[in-house]
Structure formats: C-alpha cells, structure tokens
Write a protein that binds this ligand. Structure first.
Ligand code: SF4
Ligand code: SF4
Ligand code: SF4
Length: 404
C-alpha cells in the first residue's frame, strides 16, 4: 500500500550485472512492458556510449530496456517536455517514465494544465542530489581530475562528494564544495534543490538507506505505485525485504543533510539580490535582460510553458517584432507566466544563449510566492497554482512584498 518501503533487488541476472544498486529500476521498467501495464518506457540512454550525451529514448521492447541501465549524472534531458509531446491530444500511449524529482514535479504541473494525462503515466522516480552540465563536466574531468573524460564509467554524488569510477576500476573523488568553488560540480539549480527523494512520483528509488551496493531502497508513494510494486513482486521480477528502522532513519538523515545544503545555497544565491534596494534590483535585472537576444530558448525549454498560441510571438502585438534586445515585456511575460509554478529544473538557464541567471531569478520569486501562498509546485496534483486562484483581497492581506 501507499507508504510501504522495501529494500529490493532485481532477480534478473543480466540486469544485476549491468545495472547499479541491484537493478530495481531496470527490472520495474521491463516488467511494465512485459505485463503490458505500459506501451512504452521512457528512460535515458548514453548515446553511442557517450555518458555526457544522455538522450531520452522511448522503448517498447522489454529486451531493449537494459540499454538504459545505469545512472548518468552529466546530462539533464528535458523529460517533462518530452512526455508532453508524446501524451498530449488524442494520444493514449501508456508510458512508464523514469524521473528525477524536478521531472516529476514538472509533469505534475503539466497535468494541472491538462497537458498530460496522469492516468497514462507511471512515474518511477530516482533520488537525485544533482546533475552536472555536460560540457563543463568533461572539462572538469580533464582539468581538475586530470583524466580523459571517456575513461569514466560511473559517477556518484555521495554525501558531499563527487566520486568517479574509471574503466580500470580506480576511483577518484573531490568534495562538491571544492569543485563548486571552482565553478565546476553540479548545475546551479541543483545546488539549490531541496527535493532529493521523488515522493511526488508513483515510486521513489534510491540508494539512501541501503548498506550494500546490490540493493535499492524503494518507497511506494501512491496507490498506483504500490499496486505496481506488488505486481512486480508477485511476478518475481524483484525480491524484497523490509528495511530496519536504522535504514529508514539513515535515509531520512541523508535527505535532511541535502536539504540543509540546498538551503545554504539558496541563501548564498539570493542574499545579495535580496539585500539590494528595489531600484538596485531593477537595475541589476534590467541590465541582465538587456543582453537577451530573443532566441526563445528559455520559453521553448521551460516545461511549464505550454501555450500553443504564445503572447510573445511577433504576430500577437504584445512585444514589438524585430527588436533585440526585446521589449521588457518579453522577460516579464515569461516570468509572470511561470513564477508561481517554477520547479527549479534549470532548463531555461541551461539553454540561455547569453547565460542569463534565469532560473535563479524565477526560482527566487517562486520562493517569495511560497511565503505568501504556501504553494509547492509539482507536489499535490489537486492544488492549483496560486496565480490562477488568488483574489486581490488575498494579495493585499498578505503583507509580503514580491519584487525583483
Ligand atoms: S533540480 Fe533537483 S531533482 Fe532536478 S536534477 Fe537538479 S538536483 Fe536533481
Ligand atoms: S522557469 Fe526555468 S527553472 Fe523554472 S520551471 Fe521553467 S525552465 Fe525550469
Ligand atoms: S534564452 Fe536567454 S537569450 Fe534566449 S530569449 Fe531567453 S533570456 Fe533571451
């Protein structure tokens, strides 16, 4: 039932050999196809074996699922956007999707906007404490670790360290702090991210709370997830045992430590902006927006942006066409349309051709809105975004100043 937790591992020899942490996720995906609970599986695969080039793949044959085994940290594909393209409109494709917490949250926000049908999806979540930007990660392997990036066969973020494993089995590690002070390490949004265990997905899988490398700690987060796990156990795809209280406690402790670290990064990222006067903040952000080349990358990458008929298009008359930098309405529309629901996925900032700190701004505003409405994006599918439901009276009573 919902809330049940297990220590689990795959019963499939091939999966056990290739996958990490006991191969539970790979076996659940195979089971989804074999049992016809899903028509397809959406997971990420290293393109041509290049682990810095993780590509979403839609798989319908169970024997192909093994190609997605293993975790890729140096890639951050836009899974929610991908799901939307395959499940919108008349499509009734049933998909089992492997999600990080930010992917799951973005999918839930899309569901609230009727852009995806949750009944067609089973979200199999992975614990996540960060992903690394691909190009910088390769540079980091060379310049900081002194190795050929193609020699890396695995990365892991364990507590406050990045551990990499090379083809010859040797391991190298550095603290995240050391790397991040040199502008390497995790993506900026990941440092701020407080959601490490994807409890908003149907199933949450991760190594926290396990004591050996051949197992995964699994939580059934919804009734759908619980039924799915029960069926996979009955079919003999995974074996399980109950975690002891120490394992449950260890998982909680690891999560708490990661949340504390994220809060410190939020303080670090936001404090200088928050200390500015309103005028200074406007000046800072308008100075950033003046560098915008209106490539539309941020709009097109944001999983929360979904309008087919976007106000920012030249023929809508809101933003004068042909102007670079664009009229201030361009970033303002983007910001106001997504700030109540921003899931801090960082996709906008990753694609920005001018490297504007977009997700830092929008997520900072999102946290201000949280102080007013207590609305946590992507968590409760029954709760609508506040800017869709707020009244003027609520805003005037809030007494909280939401400003750049
Ligand atoms: S934003 Fe959070 S969930 Fe998403 S990749 Fe970064 S750390 Fe993981
Ligand atoms: S605004 Fe940026 S960080 Fe927020 S949900 Fe959209 S793409 Fe992700
Ligand atoms: S991605 Fe950057 S440069 Fe492109 S439109 Fe958005 S803010 Fe402007």
């Amino acid at each position: 039932m919902k809330g049940d937790v297990y220590i689990a591992s795959s019963t499939d020899k091939e999966v056990l050999e290739k996958a990490e942490c006991g191969g539970v996720v790979t076996s659940l995906l195979k089971f989804a196809l074999e049992s016809k609970r899903a028509d397809a599986v959406l997971a990420v695969k290293a393109r041509d074996g290049n682990r810095y080039d993780g590509t979403p793949v839609l798989i319908s044959q169970p024997d192909k699922v093994i190609e997605t085994a293993g975790t890729l940290h140096c890639t951050s594909p836009n899974i929610a956007r991908y799901v939307k393209e395959y499940t919108d409109g008349a499509s009734d494709l049933k998909i089992a999707v492997v999600v990080k917490p930010c992917d799951a949250k973005a999918i839930i926000e899309l569901a609230k906007r009727t852009q995806v049908k949750m009944d067609n999806l089973i979200l199999i979540g992975l614990n996540c404490t960060g992903t690394l930007p691909s190009v910088k990660a390769k540079k980091m392997m060379k310049e900081v670790f002194g190795i050929d990036p193609t020699d890396v066969v695995a990365e892991d973020i364990d507590d406050d360290r990045l551990v990499i494993t090379l083809a010859d089995g040797t391991q190298k590690e550095k603290t995240l702090m050391e790397l991040e002070e040199q502008e390497y390490g995790r993506r900026e949004n990941c440092r701020r991210c407080e959601t490490n265990i994807p409890t908003m997905a149907d199933i949450a899988c991760g190594k926290w709370g396990t004591s050996d490398k051949g197992t995964t700690f699994v939580e059934a987060c919804t009734e759908k997830g619980a039924n799915f796990i029960d069926a996979a156990i009955s079919a003999g795809c995974i074996s399980i045992r109950q975690p002891n209280p120490e394992a449950v406690q260890l998982r909680r402790k690891k999560d708490d430590a990661a949340i504390q670290s994220a809060k410190q990064w939020q303080e670090r990222d936001f404090s200088s902006l928050k200390q500015m006067s309103s005028d200074e903040r406007f000046e800072y952000w308008f100075g950033q927006f003046e560098r915008c080349i209106k490539c539309y990358g941020c709009r097109d990458a944001c999983p929360i942006c979904y309008c087919k008929d976007c106000n920012l298009e030249a023929d809508r008359g809101l933003v004068p066409p042909g102007e670079v930098p664009p009229d201030i309405m361009f970033p303002m529309v983007r910001i106001t349309h997504v700030m109540d629901s921003c899931v801090n996925c960082g996709q906008c900032q990753d694609v920005c051709a001018m490297e504007l700190p977009l997700s830092r701004l929008i997520f900072m505003l999102n946290r201000d809105l949280y102080d007013i409405f207590k609305y946590e994006p992507g968590v409760d599918i029954g709760q609508l975004p506040p800017l869709r439901t707020v009244t003027e009276q609520e805003l005037s009573l809030s007494g909280v100043d939401v400003a750049f």
